[in-house]
Write a protein of this length. Sequence first.
Length: 421
Amino acid sequence: MTEGVSNPVAFPAASRHQGEFQRGWTILMPAIVGCAFCMGTLATISIGPFVTALGRDMGWSRTAVQMSLLFGQGFSSLGVIATGLLLDRVGARRLALVGLLATALGLALISFVQSILQFYAIMALTALIGSGASAITWSRAVTAAFDKNRGLALAIVLSGAGIAGVFLPSFLAWVIGGHGWRTGYLALACLPALVAMPIVFLMFRPAETSAIRVRPDSGEPHSRSGRARSGMFLQYRFWVLLISIFCTYCAISGVMPNFIPALTDKGMTLERAAIAQGAFGASLILGRLVVGFLVDRFWAPAIGAVFLTPPALGCLLLTWDPGFSAAVTAALLIGLATGAELDLLALLTSRYFAPHLFSKVYSWVYAAAACAGAASPMMFSWLRDLTGSYDASFYMTAALFLVGGAMLPTLGKYLEKADDR
């Protein structure tokens, strides 16, 4: 047992890195489903199919409907901070079940709303309580169960959101088209209630511990780091990670909701613009898995820089009156970055911070990403209205990608391989 680390996950020394997936599949399976059907995923992916129906039946503008994400993402940023504080006290399993239950109840309640204010209020409250089942909970459990294959395991789990994005829009369009938007929200509520919760309840039993295993070749345990004990706000790596993720998420969250309008403004047909955006979903899943594989074998900050800086070129392509091929290239580059950033957030947090700080650091940085996701789409639209085109926004996001990617190598050596930090 590693001295100075409480309740470590114990495995035979000879098989410490052997068969992690054989041992950890009972963590991975419910985590994938939970990540696919948590509030953060469902609210973002489902809003598109509901926009037209809500506008037709309730008289709400598209902007008014999409503004619900501002409340959802904004209150989610508060929720994940609270989740980070509670994880090591309450446990991932309990928080996950509460979060999924709140998500199901909140989505069901939306089917009864009569005003836009009720819509916003339910979205905000559901995002706040539903954060117990957000990515921080699933990532915390995976980092405790995996070491050698941690990056790939995180990638597999976080790909749950991409998997949901493949089938959910078509499923909701079918339900809404045949039975209306209120039934659509009830059907959406069934996913966390009838699919995710039973699987999580029966299978998800992570080691409730604040210890994340260190590498066997580590010269010292995490807990011996004096700087780690001094608190995350005093560590420059915390600010590097937070600013990098914030910049990257601002760029991603601004581009993707405005991708099709930007292309149609430049003369591309709606159909071809939608096909071009389809490349984004495929490259997101690919980027997530490829990055997860690579960061287990190479220095993760360098991998992050390689994936997060090229989308700057994609943004510049979108300012040059792009043809279809250029638009697809831009979508592929931005999709790869989107697949990389959440994987890197969890992996880098586990490699650069002491185990007892993991949940706190992750929650604060994830909250910054949520704030970026809430504000960036509206900022994009505001700049478009101010200047008459999306070009200024794309130049801004190109700079954000460059800054976010270039900052990561300044993190230096992993904590467990560093000298006294």
